[in-house]
Design a protein around this ligand. Structure first.
Ligand code: ADP
Ligand code: MG
Length: 355
């Protein structure tokens, strides 16, 4: 059963369509991510859920009850802003207690809940410090503590880690997941960073120009992207344009026939098509090595560039007839250098029909 049910939500600002008929279901206890480029409507959707913005049309329910008619401050929803907006003149514990104090909870209960949440975010010893005495990661934790201490049903996080250094960010990703699990609160996080969405979320909705293009698990999105936009946005894909043949292969003009992609069997009609192949799904072999790769080779080309990224290498291969180089990822250092003649091949299940 969905905790949050969003149906046909649209919001327009003059001639900008920020949200265009958004439908989404978010389950209770889920860690859900909205992923999309800057300006695609992510913040607007969070503001609609938080009650800071009213949609032009559409409905939103929480636990089956209409949410849009509930004033912002009465919603069991909390929004953590992009900038943490801590009160600079208040200590860590007063920052966190603020919302509870406004609700006039008994002092003893406030003390207890603040102490518990401080321990949860690992700031037990920083309670008396002022925001300016904290690191970026610690300020982030205070903002999180402040958001979860009120025990909302739904916590909205707008680009929560974007202000942090890269190494702190990886640590905070783990922290966020642990917190979400421990607090048992449904999280809806917004990000333009696909790696972040994939590492955090149980499910991801990809947004473009106010529309939801695909909702899936990280693995599902990665393996079966629907459409060019998702395929390009989630991971980097090699895209091949051509014509699907009745026999299943993809005929690419000036290049040849590529193996039948996944999805082509399922009643896809012959005709113009785009096939995506993951860089890590492509095998690369030196063209002159023992002559054993010939039988399975799909393409041949020349290495344009090799770069090493620690755990993996990325190799760009120029193929006659293709506008852009084919990207190949291999684990560890590459065994080829620029200028080498190579052949490329891949298994049928590494190629996905996306359009
Ligand atoms: P994102 O968070 O994905 O970057 P936003 O939801 O902030 O995107 O914005 C979506 C679109 O709506 C953008 O084109 C933005 O300029 C526009 N927009 C958002 N809020 C307003 C506003 N209050 N007035 C006018 N345009 C707005
Ligand atoms: Mg935004």
């Amino acid at each position: 059963p969905a905790l949050v049910r969003i149906r046909g939500v649209s919001r327009r600002f003059r001639d900008t369509v920020a949200l265009d008929g958004v439908d989404l279901d978010i389950a209770a206890g889920e860690f859900f991510a909205l992923l999309g480029p800057s300006g695609c409507g992510k913040t607007t959707l969070l503001r609609v859920l938080a009650g800071l913005e009213h949609p032009d049309s559409g409905t939103v329910t929480l636990d089956g009850r209409d949410l849009l008619s509930v004033p912002a401050h009465r919603r069991p929803v909390n929004l953590m802003f992009q900038s943490y907006a801590l009160f600079p003149h208040m200590s860590v514990e007063r920052n966190i207690a603020y919302g509870l104090a406004r609700e006039r909870l008994p002092r003893a209960e406030i003390r207890e809940r603040v102490a518990a949440v401080l321990a949860t975010v690992g700031l037990g010893t920083e309670a008396r410090r002022m925001p300016h005495q904290l690191s970026g990661g610690q300020r982030q934790r205070v903002a999180l503590a402040r958001a979860i201490v009120k025990r909302p049903r739904l916590l909205l996080l707008d680009e929560p880690l974007s202000a942090l250094d890269k190494n702190v960010r990886a640590e905070m990703q783990l922290e966020l997941k642990r917190l979400q699990h421990e607090a048992g609160i449904t999280f809806l996080v917004v990000t333009h960073d696909q790696e972040e969405a994939m590492s955090l979320a149980d499910r991801i909705a990809v947004l473009d120009r106010g529309r939801v293009l695909q909702v899936d698990t990280p693995v599902g999105l990665y393996r079966r992207p629907r459409g060019r936009f998702v395929a390009g946005f989630v991971g980097s894909n090699n895209l091949f344009r051509g014509r699907l043949r009745a026999s299943g292969g993809l005929e690419v003009p000036g290049v040849g026939v590529l193996p039948a992609p996944v999805g082509a069997e399922a009643g896809a009609t012959a005709g113009a098509a785009i096939v995506a192949v993951r860089p890590e799904g492509v095998r690369l072999a030196a063209a002159d090595a023992h002559g054993t790769v010939g039988a399975e080779a799909v393409l041949s080309g020349t290495v344009l560039d090799v770069s090493f990224h620690g755990g993996s290498s990325r190799i760009a291969v120029t193929v006659a007839g293709l506008e852009t180089p084919v990207l190949v990822t291999t684990s560890g250092p590459a065994t080829v250098t620029a200028g080498a003649r190579v052949t490329l091949s891949w298994d049928a299940d590494s190629a996905v029909l996306i359009e």
